[in-house]
Design a protein. Structure first.
Length: 277
Protein backbone atom coordinates (compact mmCIF):
# COMPACT_ATOMS: atom_id res chain seq x y z
CA UNK A 1 0.00 0.00 0.00
CA UNK A 2 2.79 2.40 0.91
CA UNK A 3 4.41 1.72 -2.46
CA UNK A 4 1.29 2.92 -4.30
CA UNK A 5 0.96 5.99 -2.08
CA UNK A 6 4.55 6.98 -2.78
CA UNK A 7 3.99 6.39 -6.50
CA UNK A 8 0.89 8.60 -6.42
CA UNK A 9 2.78 11.32 -4.56
CA UNK A 10 5.51 11.15 -7.19
CA UNK A 11 2.94 11.64 -9.97
CA UNK A 12 1.39 14.61 -8.15
CA UNK A 13 4.81 16.18 -7.59
CA UNK A 14 5.66 15.68 -11.25
CA UNK A 15 2.44 17.44 -12.28
CA UNK A 16 3.20 20.28 -9.87
CA UNK A 17 6.66 20.74 -11.38
CA UNK A 18 5.23 20.72 -14.92
CA UNK A 19 2.58 23.31 -14.01
CA UNK A 20 5.21 25.48 -12.31
CA UNK A 21 7.39 25.34 -15.43
CA UNK A 22 4.46 26.34 -17.66
CA UNK A 23 3.53 29.16 -15.28
CA UNK A 24 7.13 30.37 -15.32
CA UNK A 25 7.20 30.32 -19.11
CA UNK A 26 4.17 32.61 -19.23
CA UNK A 27 5.46 34.87 -16.46
CA UNK A 28 8.83 35.29 -18.15
CA UNK A 29 7.41 35.93 -21.61
CA UNK A 30 4.81 38.50 -20.57
CA UNK A 31 6.94 40.12 -17.88
CA UNK A 32 9.90 40.71 -20.19
CA UNK A 33 7.70 41.88 -23.06
CA UNK A 34 6.19 44.73 -21.01
CA UNK A 35 9.14 45.36 -18.67
CA UNK A 36 7.78 44.01 -15.37
CA UNK A 37 9.24 41.28 -13.22
CA UNK A 38 6.34 38.84 -13.11
CA UNK A 39 5.41 39.25 -9.45
CA UNK A 40 2.20 40.90 -10.64
CA UNK A 41 1.22 37.50 -12.04
CA UNK A 42 2.77 35.18 -9.45
CA UNK A 43 1.55 36.81 -6.25
CA UNK A 44 -2.21 36.63 -7.02
CA UNK A 45 -1.83 32.99 -8.17
CA UNK A 46 0.09 32.14 -4.99
CA UNK A 47 -2.56 33.84 -2.85
CA UNK A 48 -5.64 32.35 -4.49
CA UNK A 49 -4.44 28.85 -5.40
CA UNK A 50 -1.27 27.90 -3.51
CA UNK A 51 -1.88 29.32 -0.02
CA UNK A 52 -3.77 27.78 2.91
CA UNK A 53 -7.30 27.07 1.74
CA UNK A 54 -6.22 26.93 -1.90
CA UNK A 55 -5.88 23.99 -4.29
CA UNK A 56 -2.43 23.07 -2.99
CA UNK A 57 -1.16 24.93 0.09
CA UNK A 58 2.52 25.47 -0.64
CA UNK A 59 2.58 28.81 1.17
CA UNK A 60 1.57 29.48 4.76
CA UNK A 61 2.68 33.09 5.30
CA UNK A 62 2.71 36.31 3.30
CA UNK A 63 6.51 36.43 3.70
CA UNK A 64 6.83 33.08 1.92
CA UNK A 65 4.71 34.35 -0.97
CA UNK A 66 6.73 37.56 -1.26
CA UNK A 67 10.13 35.85 -0.90
CA UNK A 68 9.37 33.11 -3.42
CA UNK A 69 7.87 35.58 -5.89
CA UNK A 70 10.95 37.78 -5.65
CA UNK A 71 13.24 34.86 -6.57
CA UNK A 72 11.16 34.39 -9.72
CA UNK A 73 11.25 38.12 -10.43
CA UNK A 74 15.06 38.03 -10.17
CA UNK A 75 15.38 35.04 -12.53
CA UNK A 76 13.07 36.67 -15.06
CA UNK A 77 14.77 40.06 -14.79
CA UNK A 78 18.31 38.65 -15.09
CA UNK A 79 17.46 36.53 -18.13
CA UNK A 80 15.57 39.36 -19.81
CA UNK A 81 18.33 41.86 -19.02
CA UNK A 82 21.02 39.68 -20.63
CA UNK A 83 18.84 39.37 -23.73
CA UNK A 84 18.28 43.12 -23.87
CA UNK A 85 21.99 43.81 -23.37
CA UNK A 86 22.76 41.60 -26.37
CA UNK A 87 20.23 43.65 -28.33
CA UNK A 88 22.00 46.83 -27.11
CA UNK A 89 18.75 48.25 -25.74
CA UNK A 90 19.78 48.87 -22.12
CA UNK A 91 20.75 52.53 -21.71
CA UNK A 92 23.41 52.24 -19.00
CA UNK A 93 23.81 56.00 -18.32
CA UNK A 94 20.24 55.80 -16.98
CA UNK A 95 20.08 52.16 -15.86
CA UNK A 96 22.96 52.29 -13.35
CA UNK A 97 21.95 55.46 -11.42
CA UNK A 98 18.28 54.42 -11.51
CA UNK A 99 19.14 50.99 -10.09
CA UNK A 100 21.21 52.53 -7.28
CA UNK A 101 18.43 55.03 -6.56
CA UNK A 102 15.83 52.30 -5.94
CA UNK A 103 17.84 50.81 -3.06
CA UNK A 104 17.44 53.56 -0.41
CA UNK A 105 13.77 53.90 -1.34
CA UNK A 106 13.24 50.17 -0.87
CA UNK A 107 15.19 50.25 2.41
CA UNK A 108 13.11 53.17 3.72
CA UNK A 109 9.88 51.53 2.63
CA UNK A 110 10.69 48.30 4.45
CA UNK A 111 11.25 50.24 7.68
CA UNK A 112 8.07 52.32 7.65
CA UNK A 113 5.75 49.86 5.92
CA UNK A 114 3.93 49.13 9.19
CA UNK A 115 2.91 52.80 9.43
CA UNK A 116 1.49 52.83 5.91
CA UNK A 117 -0.35 49.54 5.63
CA UNK A 118 -4.11 49.35 5.98
CA UNK A 119 -7.28 49.37 3.87
CA UNK A 120 -7.07 53.05 2.96
CA UNK A 121 -3.52 52.73 1.65
CA UNK A 122 -4.34 49.76 -0.57
CA UNK A 123 -7.54 51.41 -1.76
CA UNK A 124 -5.90 54.77 -2.53
CA UNK A 125 -2.92 53.30 -4.36
CA UNK A 126 -5.17 50.87 -6.19
CA UNK A 127 -7.33 53.79 -7.34
CA UNK A 128 -4.18 55.66 -8.40
CA UNK A 129 -3.10 52.72 -10.55
CA UNK A 130 -6.55 52.41 -12.10
CA UNK A 131 -6.45 56.08 -13.09
CA UNK A 132 -2.89 55.75 -14.47
CA UNK A 133 -3.89 52.62 -16.40
CA UNK A 134 -6.84 54.39 -18.00
CA UNK A 135 -4.68 57.42 -18.94
CA UNK A 136 -1.97 55.16 -20.37
CA UNK A 137 -4.50 53.12 -22.33
CA UNK A 138 -5.98 56.31 -23.78
CA UNK A 139 -2.52 57.64 -24.70
CA UNK A 140 -1.55 54.31 -26.25
CA UNK A 141 -4.66 54.17 -28.42
CA UNK A 142 -4.91 57.88 -29.32
CA UNK A 143 -1.30 59.09 -29.57
CA UNK A 144 1.46 58.08 -31.95
CA UNK A 145 4.48 56.33 -30.38
CA UNK A 146 7.81 55.69 -31.98
CA UNK A 147 8.93 52.09 -32.39
CA UNK A 148 12.60 53.04 -32.16
CA UNK A 149 14.87 50.38 -30.65
CA UNK A 150 17.68 52.84 -30.00
CA UNK A 151 17.96 56.39 -28.71
CA UNK A 152 18.53 59.33 -31.03
CA UNK A 153 22.02 60.83 -30.99
CA UNK A 154 20.81 64.04 -29.34
CA UNK A 155 18.72 62.29 -26.65
CA UNK A 156 18.80 63.88 -23.18
CA UNK A 157 16.82 63.27 -20.01
CA UNK A 158 16.61 64.80 -16.56
CA UNK A 159 18.96 62.68 -14.43
CA UNK A 160 17.76 64.24 -11.15
CA UNK A 161 14.11 63.63 -12.06
CA UNK A 162 14.91 60.07 -13.09
CA UNK A 163 16.85 59.31 -9.91
CA UNK A 164 14.15 60.87 -7.72
CA UNK A 165 11.35 58.96 -9.43
CA UNK A 166 13.39 55.72 -9.19
CA UNK A 167 13.76 56.21 -5.43
CA UNK A 168 9.99 56.62 -5.29
CA UNK A 169 9.52 53.43 -7.30
CA UNK A 170 11.75 51.52 -4.88
CA UNK A 171 9.77 52.96 -1.96
CA UNK A 172 6.37 52.02 -3.40
CA UNK A 173 7.60 48.59 -4.46
CA UNK A 174 8.80 47.88 -0.94
CA UNK A 175 5.53 48.96 0.66
CA UNK A 176 3.18 47.19 -1.74
CA UNK A 177 5.33 44.17 -2.61
CA UNK A 178 5.11 44.77 -6.36
CA UNK A 179 7.65 44.79 -9.16
CA UNK A 180 8.80 48.33 -9.94
CA UNK A 181 8.54 47.95 -13.71
CA UNK A 182 4.78 48.48 -13.73
CA UNK A 183 5.42 52.00 -12.40
CA UNK A 184 8.91 52.63 -13.76
CA UNK A 185 8.19 52.03 -17.46
CA UNK A 186 5.38 54.62 -17.75
CA UNK A 187 7.49 57.12 -15.79
CA UNK A 188 10.39 56.66 -18.18
CA UNK A 189 8.12 56.96 -21.22
CA UNK A 190 5.88 59.87 -20.20
CA UNK A 191 8.07 61.74 -17.70
CA UNK A 192 11.57 61.27 -19.15
CA UNK A 193 10.76 60.83 -22.83
CA UNK A 194 12.30 57.38 -23.41
CA UNK A 195 11.12 55.32 -26.40
CA UNK A 196 8.96 52.45 -25.16
CA UNK A 197 11.33 49.66 -26.20
CA UNK A 198 14.31 51.34 -24.52
CA UNK A 199 12.24 51.99 -21.37
CA UNK A 200 11.20 48.34 -20.98
CA UNK A 201 14.79 47.11 -21.48
CA UNK A 202 16.36 49.67 -19.12
CA UNK A 203 13.64 49.09 -16.52
CA UNK A 204 14.44 45.36 -16.61
CA UNK A 205 18.05 46.08 -15.67
CA UNK A 206 16.89 48.26 -12.76
CA UNK A 207 14.48 45.54 -11.64
CA UNK A 208 17.22 42.88 -11.69
CA UNK A 209 19.49 44.99 -9.47
CA UNK A 210 16.81 45.85 -6.91
CA UNK A 211 15.40 42.30 -6.83
CA UNK A 212 18.85 40.84 -6.12
CA UNK A 213 19.11 42.74 -2.84
CA UNK A 214 15.61 41.68 -1.84
CA UNK A 215 16.25 38.02 -2.59
CA UNK A 216 19.36 37.96 -0.41
CA UNK A 217 17.40 39.14 2.63
CA UNK A 218 14.45 36.78 2.00
CA UNK A 219 16.75 33.77 1.59
CA UNK A 220 18.57 34.75 4.78
CA UNK A 221 15.24 34.94 6.66
CA UNK A 222 14.01 31.59 5.30
CA UNK A 223 11.09 33.04 3.34
CA UNK A 224 11.66 31.08 0.10
CA UNK A 225 9.76 27.87 -0.76
CA UNK A 226 12.27 26.31 -3.09
CA UNK A 227 10.23 23.85 -5.20
CA UNK A 228 8.00 26.48 -6.83
CA UNK A 229 10.80 29.07 -6.71
CA UNK A 230 13.24 26.93 -8.72
CA UNK A 231 10.72 25.45 -11.17
CA UNK A 232 8.94 28.71 -11.97
CA UNK A 233 12.31 30.51 -12.20
CA UNK A 234 13.55 28.02 -14.80
CA UNK A 235 10.40 28.56 -16.86
CA UNK A 236 10.65 32.33 -16.39
CA UNK A 237 14.29 32.39 -17.53
CA UNK A 238 13.32 30.63 -20.76
CA UNK A 239 10.20 32.77 -21.18
CA UNK A 240 12.25 35.95 -20.73
CA UNK A 241 14.27 35.08 -23.83
CA UNK A 242 11.03 34.59 -25.76
CA UNK A 243 9.63 37.88 -24.45
CA UNK A 244 12.76 39.79 -25.42
CA UNK A 245 12.65 38.31 -28.93
CA UNK A 246 8.93 39.10 -29.28
CA UNK A 247 9.47 42.68 -28.15
CA UNK A 248 11.64 43.33 -31.22
CA UNK A 249 8.61 42.53 -33.40
CA UNK A 250 5.96 44.13 -31.18
CA UNK A 251 4.75 47.67 -31.73
CA UNK A 252 5.07 50.19 -28.89
CA UNK A 253 1.30 50.63 -28.86
CA UNK A 254 0.78 46.94 -28.07
CA UNK A 255 3.35 47.03 -25.24
CA UNK A 256 1.70 50.10 -23.67
CA UNK A 257 -1.76 48.55 -23.93
CA UNK A 258 -0.53 45.34 -22.26
CA UNK A 259 1.19 47.35 -19.53
CA UNK A 260 -1.94 49.43 -18.91
CA UNK A 261 -3.98 46.24 -18.54
CA UNK A 262 -1.40 44.89 -16.07
CA UNK A 263 -1.61 48.11 -14.06
CA UNK A 264 -5.40 47.95 -14.12
CA UNK A 265 -5.27 44.38 -12.81
CA UNK A 266 -2.89 45.35 -10.02
CA UNK A 267 -5.13 48.28 -9.07
CA UNK A 268 -8.14 45.99 -8.80
CA UNK A 269 -6.09 43.54 -6.73
CA UNK A 270 -5.06 46.24 -4.24
CA UNK A 271 -8.62 47.53 -3.94
CA UNK A 272 -9.79 43.95 -3.38
CA UNK A 273 -7.16 43.52 -0.65
CA UNK A 274 -8.52 46.65 1.04
CA UNK A 275 -11.87 44.91 1.52
CA UNK A 276 -13.80 47.44 -0.54
CA UNK A 277 -14.79 44.88 -3.20
Amino acid sequence: MGKYINHFRGIVMGMDILLFLVLGLFVGTFGTLVGIGGGLICVPIFIFFLSDGGVYPYFHTAAQITGTSLVIVLANALSGTFAYIRQQRVYFPAAVPFAIATLPGAFLGSYIVDDFTGPMLYASFGAFLLIMACIMYWNATHKKHTDAHELPANFTFSRSLGVGSSAGVGFLSSIFGIGGGVIHVPLMVYLLGFPVHMATATSHFVLAASAAFGVISHVWLGHVIWTPAICISIGAAVGAQIGAALSQKTKSKVILVLLSLAMFGLGLRLIWMSGML
